[in-house]
Ligand binder design. Sequence first.
Ligand code: DGJ
Length: 690
Amino acid sequence: MSWSLPTAAATYTVDLAEDGAGLVLQDWSDQPARAWQPAARQGFETDLDRLPSEFSALGSRQVRGADLVLDHGNGLVGARLVWDGDRVDLLQDGPITRLTAVGRDTTGHLTVELVIETSLEHDVVRKWVTLANSGVSTLRLERAFGPAWELPLGPGASVDYLAGAWSREFTPFAIALPAGEFTIGSRQGITSHTFSPTLRVAPLDRPDGQAHGQAYGLALAWSGSWRMLVDAPPFRERVRVAGGVDDEATVITLQPGESFSTPPMLGVFAPDGADGVRRRWHEYQRRWLARDLGPDHRPIVYNSWYATAFDVGQDHQLALADVAADLGAEVFVIDDGWFAGRRDDRSGLGNWWPDPEIFPTGLEPLISGVVARGMRFGLWVEPEAVNPGSEVLFAHPDWIYRADDRPLVTVRGNQYVLDFGRPEVLDWTESWLRDLLADRRITYLKWDMNRPVSDGGRRGDDHGRQWSMQHTEGTDREMRMLHEEFPHVIVEACSGGGGRIDPAVLALSDVVWPSDETGPRDRTAIQHGFLSAYGPHVMSSWVTDEADRLDTEPASLEYRFVVAMAGVLGIGSDVLAWTQDQRTRAARLIGLYQTIRRTIHTGRVEFHGLPADPVHAVEYGSPEQTVLLVYARAARAESVVLAPKTVRTDRTYRLVGTDRQLGGADAQQGIAVPFSLAPDADVVILQALP
Ligand code: DGJ
């Protein structure tokens, strides 16, 4: 028995193995499904070890790894899963194909429902598992990963991943894994700056950046602690990628009748290597994860954080707003520092009302001033965090995470985290968010989170080892509430820079802040890594006055703008300190961005070289326009010719800024970059003629 789930360009085909031993991946490619055979027998292996199983349990196999570790609570660990062909359903619903398979442990205590979903409109395969206690006693899930990917590309694999640290997020790394296990994850209660829950896996013989040929992209839609694992067994043709909620701290308890659904695992097959994986993720995130705000509706933000830090004053903010509006900003956002008692990063969190000393009559005068200048108004919040001395902590000292009487850990000066696993904390959070947004003309909210959530556990609570997972479910609930009840509010997700960016947060927010590093040369490197997995339509990027931290080569104002134009442009500079000449140039650059924004947000992204090269470019192509954002070292070679990849041979283009018209085929031969904008940056625009 076999079932085929078509995507836009490929097919995911599964079989039921003999004797109901499990669903197995037959093939996943854009070619007719290849016949599948169990792996050749090796000494010590059981029959089940030879299967490319979608979902495996400890106790079912003897040699290969498990996605499920089940503790029956009576000294017995493991499960023997059996699957019935009559309980596999394939449903067709418009473009969507959904396979549901039901299995059970032979004890009868656990039921497993595995769902695989594809669509003809994109190339992402989405899978998850629901585990239900169908017995009469308590079960504990010591590991409850989602369904795995048995990639047909071994033996061995080359693995690309994104790793980093605060201000160095999304740095690409690659390893060759001829045999062995490789794991990444987060134990911080947030997605983390350390690793991104996304991997690219290709055959081992292509450790060249995987530019061409078959490659797979795998991602986990989860914004809390997590783990992903690549298992390349020696001499085996399938390489397994598994993952799910972190199995170090988390143990899930299922009482009779209770169930747990794993976060979705997402995967794409690309016949065209890293470029193909990137294109497919972008398309999916744009059309399926993101809300439709219209192509121009991720606005240009002015955010005053870099200009003022905690030194917030009403008149000063209005003065900044004056200049920001003149430059062409579309939203004015006050970052940290607007709420009661927030003079530094040691106090105030939790007091979510305007500081009476800064805003004696509330926020209304500032909001009116901003709106009168033709901009929207936005605020920064950090709902999960609280400082000692805040009213909420005074009233509810037990609302923060604390494992019994273990000494409390503060981070970032003086910061604790509210226990979002408690319904009363979520209710309180929802109520102040509603109060804040209900009667005010606030249409932009930046949700920040500046510390790990890693000190929990509840004595005596049956679900106490799920606290970290519950925290993530809590933040998801609050963010969902924002979209549902305040659809006019654009939500920017942030976590001390890029600490919480993953497919789950992309579905609950509108833009994300990839890094606190705004030094433009360092930023190009961060953005390059970001764009390999996440789309430009969500990539918030500001022009600031910050110096680079790692790459200290100076950059022109134009370079800074062209870096920020690569996603959702914003300004974070102290614009009052800008000269008239700088302001004039900035306004012109914002005007330029407005003419290309639609293509940046909706177009196909292609890379020309790497940020470390003397010249590199990022290209964006829509049916109407091709845009090349070009970055050069100060000491670049004089002439640079770039061959656009997104022009169409059946169209004629105008090279914007010149009288030149050229056919798509000619354009593909190469365009000389004039560097007319600045010696170190240029924007080349090819406008398709009707
Ligand atoms: C960290 C964020 O990444 C910054 O953009 C800024 O909002 C600060 N927090 C404010 O505390």
